[in-house]
Design a binder for this molecule. Structure first.
Ligand SMILES: [Zn+2]
Ligand SMILES: [Zn+2]
Length: 315
């Protein structure tokens, strides 16, 4: 948590002001002022990507998470709470960003599209890296659900289909366009899925040592084993006991690469890598694009595939 939070009373007052100001606040933002477009607020990047691809020129998409910022612990300023209040559709993933959940519950419950309603999330513990007769590493998580479903492209395609249906309810005249665009996106995501399946089919290793355990869906889909330095949310200071355990795992599985993320400090990954004589490389959980903004979901996924193939010795 940062120190940006305003005193609660002030925040509430500013929010009320924004809500009262209505269209005025909208037009100064440049969002929501266009009556011909559906005003969509997306909670973080992969949802922005899907909304823009499915919505096309029939939507205006505002991303609540800024490029270069890690979105798990996103806090909303009064202006953003105003955007949620005024959106025609809020596209979010319940349980991923508590501040967004709260803003939706208070201001947009009837205009929200929750990704977790599309398909059940996997348990945080399911598919975790385990050895026979050892305690499950993921038990430290205390159960819970894994939100990172966008790292399985086939799941993201299903999310896109369902978003098209929902947009078709908001703007029935364009329902067919939304369906068509979702179908096109599905084709691209299925092509990506095919590339992943082929690219990771024959590899010398299948264990990936990653910064936070964001890759459960990817690991499940392509038969990899995820070993996370921290759990479902990024943590800059994992417990020393966990670090020792991961170093042991990395040695045992002959890991040549310790992965780190673009939006989180690489320090811990570098420490482990030095200890076990491995390299570090980026494996991007695509929770947000980096601040220099290169690429999109599809291109970053392809970069990730190249990095995985190198690290795992795939032929
Ligand atoms: Zn995450
Ligand atoms: Zn192991």
């Amino acid at each position: 948590m940062t120190a940006r939070t305003l005193p609660r009373a002030l925040t509430a007052a500013a929010t009320a002001l924004l809500v009262l100001a209505g269209g005025t606040a909208c037009s100064t933002d440049g969002a929501g002022a266009d009556p011909d477009r559906v005003d969509v607020v997306a909670a973080f990047y992969p949802l922005q990507f899907v909304a823009e691809r499915v919505g096309g020129d029939a939507v205006t998409v505002t991303n609540l998470a800024k490029p270069g910022a890690e979105p798990h612990d996103l806090e909303l300023n009064p202006r953003q709470v105003g955007q949620v209040s005024q959106a025609e559709l809020v596209f979010y993933l319940k349980g991923f960003q508590p501040a967004v959940d709260e803003a939706v519950a208070q201001n947009a419950a009837d205009r929200a599209f929750d990704v977790t309603g599309v398909a059940p999330l996997r348990d945080a513990t399911a598919g975790g890296h385990e050895h026979e007769g050892e305690a499950d590493h993921a038990e430290e998580e205390g159960g819970g659900k894994d939100p990172h479903l966008w790292l399985d492209p086939t799941r993201l395609a299903t999310v896109a289909d369902k978003l098209a249906e929902r947009l078709g309810v908001v703007d029935p005249d364009r329902a067919a366009d939304f369906t068509t665009r979702a179908r096109t996106l599905r084709g691209e995501l299925e092509k990506l899925d095919t590339e992943y399946a082929a690219g990771l089919k024959t590899c010398q290793r299948r264990e990936i040592v990653v910064s936070h355990a964001a890759f459960g869906y990817l690991a499940e889909r392509y038969r990899l084993e995820q070993i996370g330095l921290t759990g479902l949310t990024p943590d800059t200071e994992p417990a020393p006991q966990r670090l020792a355990e991961v170093a042991r795992e990395a040695r045992e599985h002959g890991a040549t690469t310790i992965f780190f993320e673009t939006l989180v400090s690489p320090k811990v990954a570098e420490t482990i890598a030095a200890e076990v004589g491995a390299k570090t490389a980026v494996l991007d959980p695509i929770e947000g694009l980096s601040a220099d903004g290169g690429g999109d979901y599809l291109s970053v996924m392809r970069t990730n595939l190249t990095s995985l193939r190198t690290a795992l010795g795939c032929s």
